[in-house]
Design a binder for this molecule. Structure first.
Ligand code: FES
Length: 268
């Protein structure tokens, strides 16, 4: 039996036309913006992850998501909600337990695959534009066949989103007890957006509603699948919004922790 991937890889070549492509619109804009956006984000995230400072606001218990869970022996003890057991080393991120899986989750995400295949690998750079490489093997061989592990990274990303949610709850704190500040709004908004991205994952949608013959016999799973499908329809949007929200949340926590700004307090 021929699979979709097989047929895509072995499909007939394009029609023999002289023009490189027949597109008249500005099709380069999308790939260029994608390269710029991802490059800037990766540069910022790399700097922050290895900076190992200004990630925790002791007065209000704000912890940036880039350092969550903080499990290095170098973490401030109060910021380590799940213990400190990794060695403190400049090349080991404080959140080394979660960051590799989050990176793998995003790298293997269906949307990001499309984004970097098009923009970084030009394979192809846009619809109806020839592939930048002489041969196209799809995701049928090593290493791209490993993209299929995305379904397992989903479970890990789900667990890490729970950890981020717990951080956001613990952050309702002030030196006198309960408190609410702008940092809480930022952390909470970021967590909600992360859930929108994670629960709209194609793998999540399959977990909710896949392998069922009759939706009518599984009303709860049907509702969950419907909910996931609604989020999934905007998966690209959530992918970009969460990149921005992660960086902005981290920057806000860093700015307060470093004393550049003071947190706007509503309660406590
Ligand atoms: Fe994008 Fe799963 S498909 S997170």
């Amino acid at each position: 039996m021929t699979t979709t991937e097989d047929s895509a890889v072995s499909s007939p070549p394009r029609a023999a036309i002289k023009a490189r492509n027949l597109r008249t619109d500005n099709w380069r804009r999308g790939p260029i913006l994608t390269v710029l956006g991802i490059t800037v984000w990766v540069a910022y995230a790399t700097f922050r992850v290895f900076y190992q400072g200004d990630y925790w606001v002791a007065d209000y218990h704000y912890l940036t998501p880039f350092y969550s869970p903080c499990v290095s022996e170098g973490c401030v003890p109060e910021s380590a909600h799940f213990g400190r057991f990794l060695p403190d080393h400049p090349l080991i991120p404080y959140a080394a337990l979660s960051l590799p899986f989050l990176l793998a989750f995003r790298l293997t995400c269906y949307y990001y695959r499309k984004a970097y295949y098009r923009s970084f690998w030009l394979s192809p750079p846009a619809c109806a534009v020839p592939d930048g490489h002489p041969r196209y093997t799809g995701e049928t061989r090593f290493p791209l066949v490993l993209q299929n592990f995305h379904r397992y990274f989903f479970y890990l990303a789900f667990a890490i989103s729970l950890v981020n949610s717990w951080d956001a709850i613990l952050a309702f704190h002030s030196p006198d007890g309960f408190g609410i500040g702008l940092g809480n709004v930022v952390l909470l908004a970021n967590v909600l957006l992360l859930w929108c991205y994670t629960l709209g994952c194609h793998s999540c949608r399959h977990v909710m509603g896949g392998r069922m013959r009759h939706f009518s016999k599984h009303p709860i799973r049907y509702r969950l699948w419907t909910f996931s499908s609604v989020l999934n329809a905007r998966h690209m949007m959530w992918a970009w919004i969460t990149l921005a929200s992660l960086a902005l949340t981290d920057f806000y926590v860093m700015a307060v922790a470093a004393g550049w700004i003071t947190d706007l307090r509503f309660v406590g």
